[in-house]
Write a protein that binds this ligand. Structure first.
Ligand SMILES: Cc1ncc(COP(=O)(O)O)c(C=O)c1O
Length: 445
C-alpha cells in the first residue's frame, strides 16, 4: 500500500490565522470570484495545508492548473535552476533555449501531420485573444461561432465568446461584435428535448440547417471556438459524433476549428490534448492552466499555414518567459515519465463509477458525467423534473470543505472534481467517501 495523508480539519473554517488573511484580502482586494474563506500556506501533491494546520485534498488542482500536483519536485527543480540563470528576456523579441525547445516539443505533440507554430501567452484568455486575431487575419472573415454554455475567458474578445453565466457580461456590454452562439450537445438537458441516440444528433444538424441558414452565413465565419468538454458551463461531455461533426462542418465552409483546451488539455482527460479523444486535428489549439504546473503560461498552437506573413502582427512582453517555459517542459516530463495519462484514465474511470454508485443511493445527484479526471455531478431537486438545486449544491461543497476536501462548482447546479493527475487510488477512495457523506448530510436536512 502506498503512502498517503488523510485530510483533517481541526478548526472552524476559517481558523484564526486564516481569518485575518481573509479579512485583509476582503478589505483590499477587488471583488472577484472567491469560493471559500481558507488561506492556504503550502501544498504537496494533492494535499493542501492552510494557515491553521488543517489538511485538505485539492479536488480543484488550483482550478485546473496543478495537474502534476502541488510543488512536484521535478518541476520545482527546473524552476529553481532556470531562476538562477535567466528570469526574463522578452521571448517574442529575442531567442533562448527554454522557449525554443518547448515550442518544438509542443508543436510535435499537437495532433496531425502538418507542422505547427507556437505563440506563448500568459493566460487562457490571452491564448483565446491570440486565436481570435489570427483567425480574423488569415480568413479575412469577420464573424465567430461559439456555444451556449461556453467559457473562453474574460477580456473583451474572449468574453464575447463566453456564454456560461450572464453575470460575466452584465455591465460590460457591448463586447466584441460578430459572435453568434449555438446550443451545445448537453444531453442531460437536451436543448431540443430529445434523447440520445434517437435524436439523430439534431443539435449538430440544426447548426447547419438553421443557424447557418437564418442567423449568419458560414462564409462570414472566421472560426468556431469549441471546448472539447464544456468546463465552467457544467463539465458537459458531448456524445461521440458531436465534435467530429463540428469539425466536418468547419471543413465544409472553410471555418477554422479552434479547440479551447485551456481547462481540458495537458492530460486532464486521459489524452495529452483533449481533442485526441475524438481524433480531431484542430486548426488552432488554445492552452494555458495545466501547462506550467502553477506558473502563468499559455499558448496558441496553430497550423503552419496560418503563420503570420511578417513580424509585428501580434506579440507580447512576457509570453515564453524562460522560467515558465522550464516549468512547462518539466510538467511535460512528469506527464510522460509518471504515466499520468494512464492514471487520469484509470482513476477517472474509478471515480466515475464511484460517483454512479453514490448516485444510485442519492437521487439528488441527477447526472454523473466526465472523462478522465474531469468529472462532475449535477444536483437536482428531483431526478424526474431535473429542477436545478444550486443551494444544495453549495451546501454539499461546504460539507466537503469541512471534511477536508476543496472543490469548486460549475454550471448552474454542478460540482466539478479535478484532482491532480498524480492522485492515488487510496486518496480517490477517501474522496469518494467524503462526497457520499456530504451528499447524505445535505439530503437529510
Ligand atoms: C475553457 C477555458 N477557456 C479559457 C479560460 C480563461 O483562462 P484564464 O482564466 O487563464 O484567462 C478558462 C478559465 O477557466 C477556461 O476554462
Amino acid at each position: 500500500m502506498s503512502d498517503f495523508i488523510r485530510p483533517s480539519v481541526k478548526t472552524s473554517i476559517p481558523g484564526d490565522k486564516s481569518r485575518s488573511i481573509v479579512e485583509q484580502d476582503n478589505l483590499y482586494g477587488i471583488t472577484a470570484t472567491k469560493v471559500f474563506p481558507v488561506a492556504i500556506k503550502k501544498g504537496k501533491g494533492i494535499v493542501l495545508e492552510d494557515e491553521d494546520g488543517n489538511i485538505f485534498y485539492d479536488f480543484t488542482s488550483g482550478v485546473g492548473v496543478c495537474n502534476t500536483g502541488h510543488c512536484h519536485p521535478h518541476v520545482v527543480e527546473a524552476i529553481k535552476n532556470q531562476t538562477e540563470k535567466l528570469m526574463h528576456f522578452a521571448g517574442t523579441d529575442y531567442y533562448y533555449m527554454a522557449q525554443s525547445r518547448l515550442m518544438e516539443r509542443l508543436s510535435k505533440k499537437a495532433p496531425g501531420t502538418n507542422k505547427k507554430r507556437v505563440f506563448f501567452t500568459n493566460s487562457g484568455t490571452e491564448s483565446v485573444e491570440a486565436a481570435i486575431k489570427l483567425a480574423r487575419y488569415k480568413t479575412k472573415r469577420p464573424q465567430f461561432l461559439a456555444f451556449i454554455g461556453a467559457f473562453h475567458g474574460r477580456t473583451m474578445g474572449a468574453l464575447s465568446l463566453t456564454a456560461s453565466r450572464a453575470v460575466h457580461k452584465e455591465g460590460f456590454q457591448p463586447t466584441m461584435p460578430g459572435v453568434e452562439h449555438v446550443p451545445y450537445a448537453y444531453c442531460y438537458r437536451c436543448p431540443y428535448n430529445l434523447e440520445y441516440p434517437s435524436c439523430n444528433m439534431e443539435c449538430l444538424h440544426k447548426i447547419e440547417s438553421f443557424y447557418l441558414k437564418k442567423v449568419l452565413s458560414p462564409y462570414d465565419v472566421a472560426a468556431f471556438f469549441v471546448e472539447p468538454v464544456q468546463g465552467e458551463g457544467g463539465y458537459i461531455v458531448p456524445p461521440k459524433e458531436f465534435l467530429p461533426g463540428i469539425k466536418a462542418l468547419c471543413e465544409k465552409y472553410g471555418i477554422l476549428y479552434v479547440s479551447d483546451e485551456i481547462q481540458a488539455g495537458f492530460g486532464r482527460t486521459g489524452t495529452f490534448f483533449a481533442c485526441e479523444n475524438w481524433n480531431i486535428v484542430p486548426d488552432i489549439i488554445c492552452s494555458a492552466k495545466g501547462m506550467g504546473s502553477g506558473l502563468p503560461i499559455g499558448c496558441m498552437i496553430a497550423d503552419e499555414e496560418l503563420n503570420y506573413p511578417h513580424p509585428g502582427c501580434h506579440s507580447n512582453t512576457f509570453g515564453g518567459n524562460p522560467v515558465c517555459c522550464e516549468s512547462s517542459s518539466a510538467t511535460m516530463d512528469v506527464i510522460e515519465n509518471e504515466n499520468l495519462l494512464e492514471n487520469a484514465k484509470k482513476l477517472g474511470n474509478h471515480m466515475h463509477q464511484g460517483l454512479l454508485d453514490i448516485q444510485k443511493k442519492h437521487p439528488m445527484i441527477g447526472d454523473v458525467r466526465g472523462i478522465g479526471l474531469m468529472q462532475a455531478i449535477e444536483i437536482v431537486k428531483d431526478p424526474k423534473t431535473k429542477e436545478i438545486d444550486p443551494d444544495s449544491r453549495d451546501r454539499i461543497c461546504e460539507e466537503m470543505l469541512h471534511m477536508g476536501m476543496i472543490t469548486i462548482d460549475c454550471g448552474p447546479s454542478s460540482i466539478r472534481f479535478i484532482p491532480p493527475l498524480i492522485i492515488k487510488k487510496e486518496e480517490m477512495d477517501i474522496a469518494l467517501e467524503i462526497i457520499e457523506k456530504a451528499v447524505a448530510n445535505v439530503e437529510k436536512h
